[in-house]
Design a protein around this ligand. Structure first.
Ligand code: SF4
Ligand code: SF4
Length: 501
């Protein structure tokens, strides 16, 4: 039975998705709050896919809000000063990735000056439909826009249409399928005109005929508002999708909206589709309308350790500790802090890491909601297999990564893992599958050679604050299905088929 299920998943990677506890009620209906001016920001020079930026300022310099302080090297996105102040350090600082990455530390001097972006190259027309497409891409680059859903890919690259195939579809991802997170929901409700201005500019830059705003059915107010506002915009429509996880994963979204299947190791652009997050569209709209680069974003702060769960406008570079303090978190009660959602987010070991452009949530939990679970042995139950939206065999990938057999893990599709966490959430043995897969992918990126051996430990690392993120704190995996056996199997006895895709 198990083998049959495995073959079916490998050959037919479509599944309906997980129905997760939403946990959004505490923040979804509240207006986004403003924070008091920060005293100090740590603006990381690495907030995008690609090399870190080169600093344009040095210790002692005065900067004003909007000033470019880091220039992209190659593929990348510049960073800007979110406040006026004095640069007190340009030095490596702890990054949410756990690495020490160069950052510009700015101390607020209380001034309120602003340096807007140059927009003279956009063309003479006032509306997005009349703007120069190349000018829109240039502004997206100069504004430091990246995928704000967490992808962090420089937006101007995704706004550059391929010649073959030419894109004909733009999907704006407003699904926000992770539990707890409501930052995109609030943005769609409160920033609708700015979002649509940016969306129209994206349509113009890409030259596509259709724009679909994809929203899960748990956001009825955003759906109603956007449906009303897109009336009269040619080619625009709002598509309502069921609340399933990971509905917002690009590959899933493209298949659901267009029926097209993104090839393995491919991109939506391979099938003529471009996907941007709604927050990215809104940031582009803001840059076009006001000349403001990406200096701030909406962040959901929630979890059982948070006294005032809400969404906040947060300046890029605000230390997580300051944000939690503003939300009424008692640090002494903390067990785990996650940046992002509970399924795909990263648990941090130090609260002095800064908020980055792609951070949509800061979740803080006490030991009550986030107990330390001992991982049990793999039961070969196949739950992870059923849960994987990519049609992978997570238990097998984790086993290969733990054994340092990365070449075989890649053969089994390691690179196709989108780190959605569905497998770990479904695992009755609480195996830290995603952590193994992340480690394996990172090691493979470092040494993409066949037969590479790594020094990966048998057990993924645990942060000082608590266990790494491994699903929804407090949530129990679904009941174990009857698959005919619950006996642990000797993992080393498994025969690995060569050439399996
Ligand atoms: S984390 Fe990777 S292996 Fe696990 S379910 Fe998601 S895509 Fe599949
Ligand atoms: S015990 Fe966990 S890792 Fe093993 S097959 Fe079941 S779900 Fe997958």
């Amino acid at each position: 039975m198990f083998a049959a299920a495995f073959v079916e998943r490998i050959t037919n990677p479509h599944h309906s998705g997980l129905k997760l506890p939403q946990q959004k009620a505490a923040t979804a209906g509240k207006a986004v709050k403003r924070l008091p001016p920060p005293e100090r920001l740590i603006v990381s020079l690495w907030q995008h896919a690609g090399e870190p930026c080169s600093p344009l300022v040095q210790k002692g310099d005065r900067v004003i809000r909007g000033q470019k302080i880091g220039e992209a090297r190659g593929l990348g996105a510049p960073v800007h000063a979110p406040i006026c102040g004095r640069v007190v350090a340009v030095e490596p600082r702890l990054h949410p990735s756990g690495l020490w990455i160069p950052a510009v530390v700015i101390e607020n001097d209380g001034r309120d000056s602003f340096l807007p972006l140059d927009r003279s190259f956009l063309g003479d027309g006032g509306s997005p439909e009349e703007m120069n497409p190349e000018g829109i891409r240039r502004l997206a680059r100069e504004a430091g826009l990246v995928g704000m859903g967490g992808g962090l890919f420089p937006s101007y690259v995704k706004l550059t249409p391929r010649d073959d195939p030419r894109p004909d579809f733009l999907i704006l991802n407003g699904c926000e399928c992770e539990p707890y997170l409501t930052c995109d929901h609030r943005l769609m409700v409160e920033e609708t005109p700015t979002l649509l201005w940016g969306a129209r500019a994206m349509k113009r830059a890409l030259g596509v005929s259709r724009v679909v705003i994809a929203i899960e059915d748990n956001k009825p107010d955003a759906i109603a508002l956007l449906r009303q506002m897109v009336r009269g915009l040619p080619g625009f429509e709002v598509r309502v999708l069921p609340s399933l996880y990971p509905q917002g994963a690009e590959r899933t979204l493209v298949r659901t909206i267009t029926g097209r299947v993104v090839p393995r190791r491919g991109l939506p652009a391979d099938v003529g589709v471009v996907v941007h997050n709604v927050a990215t569209a809104s940031a582009l709209g803001r840059a076009l309308l006001t000349g403001e680069p990406l200096l701030q974003r909406i962040v959901t702060v929630d979890g059982d350790a948070v006294a005032e769960p809400a969404n906040y406008w947060v300046p890029i570079g605000l230390p997580v500790r300051e944000l939690l303090k503003a939300a009424g978190v008692d640090e002494s009660a903390l067990r785990q802090v996650i940046l992002g959602g509970p399924m795909m987010g990263t648990a941090v070991a130090d609260l002095d890491v800064p908020v980055l452009k792609g951070c949509g949530g800061v979740l803080a939990f006490t030991a009550r909601a986030s107990p330390v679970d001992e991982a049990g042995p793999c039961l070969r139950c196949g739950r992870c297999l059923d849960a994987c939206p990519q049609g992978l065999a997570p238990f097998q990938l984790a086993r290969l990564v733990a054994a340092g057999r990365l070449d075989q893990a890649v053969t089994w599709g390691l690179a196709d893992c989108v780190e959605c966490g569905s497998c770990a959430y479904s695992c009755p043995s609480r195996r830290p599958l995603v952590q193994y897969l992340r480690m394996g992918k990172a090691a493979w990126r470092e040494h993409p050679r066949p037969a590479v051996r790594t020094t990966l430990p048998g057990t993924p690392p645990t942060g000082q604050l608590g266990a790494v993120s491994n699903g929804i704190p407090g949530a129990q995996p679904r009941a174990l299905p009857d698959r005919g056996t619950s006996e642990p199997v000797n993992q080393e006895q498994e025969v690995i088929p060569q050439g399996a895709a």
